[in-house]
Design a protein around this ligand. Structure first.
Ligand code: NAP
Length: 268
């Protein structure tokens, strides 16, 4: 019987994961099926159990269930434990392994696709939601010289910094960024998704810096501001595909080639 995989979220209709995993399966000649499943907001566990009974072997998990997926896992990778959030579940005979590939996907996009080495660099992360929980640990472990977490709700940035306890981490609000500049600026807020403005001081964009928008497929106000202040820019398509490739490798033991999938998504 064909092994089945899914992306589980709410909403999930917009997800590009079925197409991406379909391309990976074709390229690596793996016989799998990958579907979208919208779980009721109060029914994540029930939905996963049903999927496992229907020959589900693994699942990607997206908003708003990444924390529920962490609780559902019987075994967590170190990264998923640190993040308190899981985006990849693998179902095995002995239980459920939870992983978080958001951070590894971002790091690979930066290093391999964009040629940006994080080691020793000053990094500003805007936001303190689920995505940030997944990316801060890998950024710190890659040797970033300084990582500043800035969030609209400042207390959330402070809580995260306290919980993660990397010496290079610092938390603040957006006003405290005035006059400071960074080598890498990551927009991990959802402002780009909703066409909202992000009120940050333009000083954050050092000339020659890389400004990275996690939202993909659109020119956001953040990207326009970064370009106007001399920063190079990138959106989150590379991260999306690389985190998917890491999930695929965990499930199937083979890491697919990603460049052609990223190029095809950009074209679309
Ligand atoms: P989330 O948990 O809902 O967090 C949203 C964040 O955005 C919070 O820090 C929130 O600040 C901030 N925010 C929302 N509206 C704002 C505004 N008007 N001004 C300033 N800050 C605002 O979302 P998430 O899961 O972290 O995801 C964040 C974004 O990353 C999403 O757009 C998602 O699509 C994208 N993402 C992309 C990838 C990829 O592979 N490319 C992977 C994961 C996520 P408060 O705490 O103050 O509310």
């Amino acid at each position: 019987m064909t092994d089945r995989y899914a992306v589980i979220g709410n909403p999930v209709a917009h997800s590009k994961s079925p197409w991406i995993h379909g391309e990976f399966a074709r390229a690596t000649r793996q016989d799998i099926e990958y579907v979208r499943i919208e779980a009721p907001l109060d029914g994540f566990e029930r939905t996963v159990e049903e999927f496992r009974r229907a020959n589900g072997k693994g699942a990607n998990v997206t908003l708003p269930f990444k924390e529920a997926a962490s609780r559902y896992s019987t075994e967590l990778s170190a990264g998923a434990r640190l993040a308190g959030a899981v985006n990849t579940l693998a179902f095995g005979p002995s239980g459920v392994r939870g992983e978080n590939t958001d951070g590894s996907g971002l790091l690979r996009d930066l290093a391999v696709n964009l040629g940006f080495a994080v080691r020793g660099q000053t990094v500003l992360v805007l936001g303190a939601g689920g995505a940030v929980r997944g990316i801060v640990g890998p950024l710190a472990e890659s040797g970033a010289g300084k990582i500043v977490l800035a969030n609209r709700t400042v207390s959330k940035a402070h809580e995260l910094v306290q919980r993660m306890a990397f010496p290079v981490l610092e938390a603040c609000g957006y006003e405290a960024l005035d006059g400071r500049s960074f080598d890498l600026i990551l927009n991990a807020t959802s402002t780009g998704l909703h066409g909202e403005a992000l009120v940050v001081p333009p000083s954050i964009f050092r000339k020659g810096a890389l400004a990275y928008e996690l939202v993909y497929g659109r020119v956001t106000a953040f990207l326009e501001m970064a370009q106007a202040h001399g920063a190079a820019t990138a959106d989150g398509i590379g991260m999306l595909v690389e985190q998917a490739a890491d999930s695929f490798r965990l499930w199937r033991g083979v890491r697919p080639e990603t460049a052609s999938v990223i190029a095809a998504l950009r074209k679309a």
